[in-house]
Write a protein that binds this ligand. Structure first.
Ligand SMILES: Nc1nc2c(ncn2[C@@H]2O[C@H](COP(=O)(O)OP(=O)(O)O)[C@@H](O)[C@H]2O)c(=O)[nH]1
Ligand SMILES: [Mg+2]
Length: 367
C-alpha cells in the first residue's frame, strides 16, 4: 500500500512527462515517502504513452491510465481518484507549472488531519511567473467567482492540491472543464483546509489547452455547485449559504430592534433625531452580537481578536453598507427616475451583500 498517489493528468506531454515523473519520484524518495505516480492520459497521439510505458518498466511505482472516452482534464483527475491505490491524492500538472518539491509538505498536512491542502498562487508568498495579461485576467475572474463560494480560500481553482481519499469517494463529482478543485471543494465531504503558497510558472514546452469553451463550462460549474449545495447540506458551499441566511435573519431582527427602540425613545420624550441616532446605533449592536454569537460562532477570529476590535470593524463596515445603500438609492432615483422604494430595496440588497462579504472576510475571516 502506498502512502500517497501523485496524479498527473496529461494530454500530449511528450516533452515534459519523463522529466516530471523522474522529479516527482526523486522528491518522494528524498522524503522517504512510498508514493505511487499515476499518469492519467487522454490517449495522447504524441509519444506520451510510449514514454510512460518505458518508465513503468524501470519504476514499479509508476502506473498509467489511458482513457479513450469523455476527454477532459477534470474527468481525467476524477478517474485518477478512482484508480489510485492509496488514501492520499496529490494532483499536479505535467508541465512544471507546479513545483513537485512541495508535495511532501502537502502530504504532512494531510497526515496532520487536514482534509484538503491547496497550493495557492494568490496568498502571501505565492505568485505567477511569465503569464500573459489575458491569462492573468481570466484566472483572476475565475478565482473571484470561486471565492464567492469559498471566501476563506485564496485559490479555489488551483490545479495543484492534495486531498484525503474520503473527501472525494463520498462525493458525487460531476467533473467538467479545468477546475476540478472547485468541484472537490463544492461537493466533497471535508471540514478543514490549508493553503500553501507556491510560485506558478508557465510551461516552457508544449501548448496550453485552455479554450473559450473552458470558461463557459466554468460558469456552469459554479452554478451547478451552488444548486448542489441546496440539496446536500453536508457540503462546504452549504455551510457558507447558512451563514448568508443567518446574516439576513439577523438583519431583519435589526430592523425590528431599530423600530422598537425608536418608538420607545420617542415615547419617553427624546427628540426625533437623537432617538433615531440611538435606534440605529443600538440596532447595529444587536446585529453584531447575534452575528458574533450565532452566524460566525465558529470563526477562528473569535478566539484571537478582542470583541471590541470585531465590534469596531462591524460598525465601520456597516456604515459603509449604509452609505452604499444610500448612494445607490439616490443614483437610481436621479439617473433613471426609479421609484424611491424600489431604489431603496436595490440599495438595501447591494448594501447587504457588501456587509456580508466584507464582514465575512475581515471581521470574522481567517486569521
Ligand atoms: N488527461 C488530460 N489531461 C489534460 C487535458 N488538458 C490538459 N491536460 C493536462 O493538464 C495539465 C494542465 O494543462 P495546461 O494545458 O498546461 O493548462 P494551463 O496550465 O492552464 O495552461 C497538463 O498536465 C496537461 O497535460 C485533457 O483534456 N486530458
Ligand atoms: Mg500549464
Amino acid at each position: 500500500m502506498y502512502d500517497l498517489t501523485v496524479i498527473i493528468p496529461t494530454f500530449n506531454e511528450e516533452a515534459n512527462i519523463r522529466k516530471i515523473v523522474i522529479e516527482v519520484d526523486e522528491v518522494l524518495s528524498k522524503s522517504s515517502l512510498n508514493g505511487e505516480i499515476l499518469v492519467v492520459d487522454d490517449n495522447s497521439p504524441d509519444g506520451t504513452i510510449g514514454i510512460v510505458n518505458e518508465l513503468k518498466k524501470a519504476k514499479t511505482n509508476v502506473s498509467l491510465l489511458v482513457r479513450t472516452s469523455d476527454h477532459g482534464l477534470s474527468q481525467s483527475v476524477a478517474d485518477g481518484f478512482l484508480h489510485a491505490s492509496s488514501e492520499v491524492f496529490v494532483v499536479i500538472d505535467a508541465d512544471f507549472s507546479h513545483p513537485p518539491s512541495i508535495i511532501p509538505k502537502m502530504y504532512e498536512e494531510i497526515r496532520a488531519g487536514t482534509d484538503v491542502v491547496i497550493g495557492s498562487r494568490y496568498m502571501e508568498g505565492g505568485g505567477i511567473r511569465k503569464w500573459p495579461l489575458k491569462r492573468r485576467v481570466i484566472s483572476l475572474g475565475a478565482t473571484f467567482l470561486g471565492r464567492v463560494l469559498f471566501p476563506d480560500i485564496t485559490d479555489p481553482v488551483s490545479g495543484f492540491f492534495a486531498v484525503r481519499k474520503s473527501v472525494v469517494t463520498q462525493a458525487q463529482l460531476k467533473p467538467r472543464g479545468y477546475k476540478i478543485l472547485l468541484e472537490v471543494l463544492g461537493k466533497g465531504v471535508w471540514e478543514n483546509d490549508k493553503e500553501i503558497p507556491f510560485e506558478f510558472s508557465d510551461r516552457e514546452i508544449g501548448a496550453s489547452k485552455l479554450k473559450i469553451k473552458t470558461i463557459i463550462e466554468y460558469a456552469q460549474q459554479v452554478l451547478n455547485i451552488t444548486l448542489y449545495s441546496f440539496s446536500h447540506h453536508q457540503s462546504a458551499a452549504w455551510r457558507e449559504w447558512k451563514k448568508v441566511f443567518k446574516f439576513g435573519l439577523v438583519g431583519v431582527s435589526g430592523i425590528i430592534v431599530n423600530l422598537a427602540i425608536l418608538q420607545l425613545l420617542l415615547m419617553s420624550g427624546i427628540s426625533g433625531y437623537i432617538a433615531l441616532f440611538f435606534a440605529i446605533a443600538i440596532s447595529i449592536l444587536n446585529n453584531f452580537l447575534w452575528n458574533d454569537l450565532w452566524t460566525f460562532k465558529t470563526s477562528p477570529k473569535r478566539s484571537v481578536t478582542s470583541i471590541w476590535r470585531r465590534l469596531g470593524f462591524f460598525y465601520v463596515i456597516s456604515a459603509g453598507g449604509a452609505a452604499i445603500n444610500y448612494g445607490i438609492a439616490i443614483l437610481l432615483v436621479q439617473v433613471i427616475g426609479m421609484n424611491i422604494f424600489l431604489s431603496d430595496l436595490i440599495g438595501i440588497l447591494i448594501g447587504f451583500t457588501w456587509n456580508f462579504l466584507v464582514n465575512r472576510r475581515i471581521t470574522w475571516g481567517r486569521t
